[in-house]
Ligand binder design. Sequence first.
Ligand code: C5P
Length: 286
Amino acid sequence: MILGAHAKINLNLEVLGLRPDGYHELKTVFQSLALHDTLRFELADETFAIVCASPGVPLDERNLVWQAARLVWYAAGRSGEPAGRVRITKRIPAQGGLGGGSADGAAALVGWDRLWGTSLSESQLRELAVRLGADVPFFLCAGSALGLNRGDVVYPLVDRPASWVVLAFPPFGVSTPEAFRWWDEDAGRAGTTAGSGDRPSRDPFAVFNDLEAPVSRRHPTLGEIRALLDQGGADAAAMTGSGSTVFGLFGAEEAALSASRLLAARGWRTLVTRTATRRQAGLGLR
Ligand code: C5P
């Protein structure tokens, strides 16, 4: 049983406000990328193991792949501890706003369910996905999709036409709670929303991110990298999710490669990929 766990970017992300439960009300458009991790699931007798050669990937209960195993096992009414083995080939950089951990978690819900033949319904899988994290339900849908609420209520959109994507990695990370806290601080200070000014509201695929200004204010290198993508000819560029990865969209491969070289010449780490459709990036649910 082999599944691809595809990365995402947020083409746009609007923060509508702080909710009473401490989360933020969001309106975002997710877009799958060709970039993906690979998960290989195998049956095992009475033992459970995550195998992954990449440093920094937790191999215990902290990994969403492990949490997904428990959720599927108990939702299917089984007793004792789950048994199985999964090998993860990690390609999505961690904690960069590309949803790497969440993508693996969603793939694991589907992977364990198929491996064990537990046949959970799609609505059961969606319920388990919400419990793994606010981003996880998107990965059951994939392609282009609208996310509302905490980002966990997901509506599939017709796939956006394909683009080349340059990902640029600033030399610092941003934790999700941190980015939202900075948005709170800035919104309070300005007395208005901390978002960027004019949004082309009719285009579902408009590119902007309300968390970008609060993050850039604390990490000015993000603005420098973003400016290089613009200079390199990107059709549009923005930070993805809570950062710190910045993406640029390009119509042609050569344009993407030349922008990537421009960034690399200034010492920034980059990666070139493409957007992926629901059919290419999905987990075969719909
Ligand atoms: O759901 P997840 O575990 O990914 O969220 C991590 C943290 O990010 C939350 O505890 C919260 O502080 C913040 N968050 C938020 N609003 C969202 C999603 C996440 O404030 N819509």
